[in-house]
Design a protein around this ligand. Structure first.
Ligand code: PLP
Length: 392
């Protein structure tokens, strides 16, 4: 560029995520084994792929309506009704988005003005903060360390009280949680819904891991705070379809009407062929996730037990495919030093907890979206590392 342009100042606050940075930094280490990224290791089910092939052959090559293919919106409505007992009208309360990511961007842009604040329980998925920056929204973190990463109504109340000057518009919830795996039982969701209603907050509830709970079934926030909830979901995790980029945005029609304006000028509509595949995933394949979940459960149990044996304490790992483990104090290593040393000395890459904000210091995130053989190898490497460092 020959001239210095003054670009969007907000971009000065945005960095490549620490997850990606770390992943790239360790990729050059020979023999490195990675439990870094949050991607299902399964392939998209065959019948879903076939639906996309059929769609191409049948010339599904045109735009769909902005809100998405009507058949898909009906399938989403049926899915949310059947699985979570929440009713959204396919006609005007559901938008099909380009992954959960576009749903989040659209929701944040729609509900905020510059100078507003949003509450973010921390540690937190790093995809949200850059979207706040782009919209000039102030993040207010709710530190959940003291409650083992469980968000409570008391923590929300205390944070609101501590920020009397802030124009707090809403809260972003994510459960089952990336990075902690924590999720909420029915009475806990009810209690969170109540405090959200009491404070007239809008909750963007990112429930992208809703199909991956290992104890009780998932309970959507929309069940108890329908009018206040913008519900985000999608097929990336439930059907191993990250690359298809299909997400869902659901809310009362007053909000959806406004969100549709943002969505249509950001992306027009999600890819037509991927939407046809999504119909197959949510109808014939409505329970495709169950077999994957059974595998994740075995892996979780294996990793959870192994980590505890090595002296890590692990947050309530009831959902998603992550374990958030506390580094044993006697090692005297912070998150970054621990993960760097582990990658260099034993060729195992896991993510420093600080990638999820300051509240993640002292922790590491392991993804168990990997085969059992890979996980066994990973635990062997971690065991060697721990023995060496305890002896030192
Ligand atoms: N929300 C959370 C909590 C995630 O962990 C991820 C992906 O890792 C996303 C959203 C993004 O989902 P998508 O790939 O559908 O955009």
């Amino acid at each position: 560029m020959t001239q210095d342009y003054s670009l969007n100042q907000q971009l000065n606050h945005i960095e490549v995520s620490e997850i990606r940075q770390f992943d790239e930094a360790v990729s050059g280490i020979p023999g490195i084994l990675k439990l870094t990224l949050g991607e299902p290791d399964f392939n998209t089910p065959e019948h879903v792929k076939q639906a996309a092939i059929d769609a191409i052959e049948n010339n599904y090559s045109h735009y769909t309506g902005m809100a998405g293919d009507p058949e898909l919106r009906q399938a989403v409505a049926d899915f949310i009704h059947t699985k979570y007992q929440v009713d959204y009208r396919p006609t005007d309360e559901i938008l099909v988005t380009v992954g959960a990511t576009e749903a989040l961007a659209t929701a944040i842009t729609t509900i905020t003005n510059p100078g507003d604040a949003l509450l973010l329980p921390a540690p937190i998925y790093p995809g949200y903060l850059p979207l706040l920056h782009l919209n000039q929204v102030t993040p207010i973190y709710i530190d959940t360390r003291a409650t083992d990463f469980v968000l409570t109504p008391e923590l929300i109340e205390a944070t609101i009280t501590a920020h009397p000057e802030a124009n707090i518009k809403g809260i972003i919830l994510n459960y089952p949680s990336n990075p902690t795996g924590v999720t909420y039982r029915d009475h806990e969701v009810q209690a969170l819904a109540q405090v959200i209603k009491n404070h007239h907050l809008i909750a963007i509830s990112d429930e992208i891991y809703s199909e991956l709970t290992y104890g009780e079934s998932h309970v959507s926030l929309a069940k108890y705070a329908f009018d206040q909830t913008i519900l985000v979901n999608g097929l990336s995790k439930s059907h191993a379809m990250t690359g298809w980029r299909i997400g869902f945005l659901m809310a009362p029609s007053t909000l959806t009407t406004e969100m549709k304006k943002v969505h249509q000028y950001l992306v027009t509509a999600a890819t037509t062929v991927a939407q046809r595949a999504a119909i197959e995933a949510l109808t014939t394949g409505i329970d495709d996730g169950q077999a994957m979940k059974a595998e994740y459960l075995k892996r979780r149990d294996f990793m959870f037990a192994g980590l505890q044996e090595l002296g890590f304490s692990v947050a309530r790992p009831d959902g998603a495919f992550y374990l958030f483990a506390k580094i044993p104090a006697e090692l005297q290593l912070n998150s970054r030093d621990f993960t760097k040393a582990l990658a260099e000395e034993n060729q195992l890459a896991i993510i420093p907890g600080t990638a999820f904000g300051d509240a993640g210091e002292g922790y590491v995130r392991l993804s168990y979206a990997a085969s059992m053989a890979t996980l066994e190898d990973a635990m062997a490497r971690l065991t060697t590392f721990m023995i060496n460092h305890r002896a030192a």
